[in-house]
Ligand binder design. Structure first.
Ligand SMILES: C[S@@+](CC[C@H](N)C(=O)[O-])C[C@H]1O[C@@H](n2cnc3c(N)ncnc32)[C@H](O)[C@@H]1O
Length: 275
């Protein structure tokens, strides 16, 4: 891949997804795409770019493949425990103490859910809280991603040892069925999670996600530049209820991105609250 081939392809990916490949990531993009070019019989990256940009129905289908290869889908169950402890505290204090479960279901959104470990983790935490507090609090977890491949895997809910490495045996036995080396999420967890395609860079698709109590948007902003981050965070702000909460990745920050949220400190993590 030459620099002249890299720039238009990079800009195209950015425009469609918000994901920004800096120039030092040129070889990463090349390595992710090279097999695909051979499979499709394209001789140059320029040919592939023109096909994506100006091709018809076939180009639309190819976008599905492109979205899969440009995204990084690393995730696991119970990732970053201090953030999950903060989630537990917020839920207990704001939603479990003073409610009899008669109101609207709690609405939670895992935006950029990858293969489903994050939304299923949130569902397990809520099920545990309900058991502990002896309350039945209805909830829905919306779980969205831009990659169709990860969404398909998420819906199946079948995981290998690497994904569940952060879980203890009691929780595994309670919420998974073991089958050989794999762990299958039980229906009691699955039934509360709704998976769907959603592109965070597409402003119009946010209309489906209004009045959220809490949004998890972890470890995806790192792939965006500041302009795309601002756009996403502004839209997410609109999707929260007044007083609703946002959790971003522990290595991510809203510094220079948004002043609209109030940062709330928890041991080992920060949660952002809509005023
Ligand atoms: C590293 S994973 C994070 C998964 C999970 N949130 C976590 O923290 O474990 C990043 C996910 O963001 C998704 N993604 C990237 N760009 C996106 C976009 N524009 N809209 C929605 N999802 C996107 C990727 O497909 C990938 O599954």
């Amino acid at each position: 891949m030459t620099r002249e081939e890299f720039i238009p392809l990079r800009d195209f990916i950015y425009e469609k997804t918000g994901i920004f490949f800096a120039e030092n990531k040129m070889y990463l993009l090349e390595s992710r795409l090279s097999n695909r070019l051979s499979e499709l019989g394209f001789e140059t990256y320029n040919d592939y770019y023109f096909f994506l940009k100006y091709g018809n129905e076939d180009a639309k289908k190819e976008m599905i493949y492109l979205l899969d290869v440009v995204t990084t889908n690393e995730t696991s169950f119970f990732r970053n425990p201090p953030q999950l402890d903060a989630f537990r505290i917020i839920m207990e204090k704001n939603y479990f103490k003073n409610t009899n479960g008669q109101g609207m279901p709690l609405k939670i959104w895992s935006a950029a859910c990858s293969t489903g470990e994050e939304p299923y983790t949130l569902a397990i935490i809520l099920l545990e809280l309900m058991e502990l507090t002896k309350r039945n609090i209805p909830f829905i977890i919306y779980a969205t991603d831009i990659s169709y491949r990860v969404l398909e895997a998420a819906k199946k809910g079948v995981y290998g040892p690497y994904s569940i490495r952060g879980m203890d045996q009691t929780m595994l036995n309670k919420y998974f069925t073991k089958n050989g080396d794999t762990y299958i999420v039980k229906d009691i967890v699955k039934k509360n999670v709704k998976f769907d395609f959603m592109n965070l860079i597409d402003k119009q698709s946010y209309v489906k996600y209004r009045f959220m109590d809490i949004i998890f948007c972890r470890n995806v902003l790192i792939y965006f530049d500041d302009k795309a981050k601002k756009r996403v965070i502004d839209s997410i702000y609109e999707c929260l209820k007044p007083g609703g909460f946002l959790t971003i990745g522990h290595a991510e920050s809203l510094h220079n991105i948004s002043r609209a949220f109030k940062p709330i400190m928890f041991p080992g993590s920060i949660v952002y609250q809509k005023g």
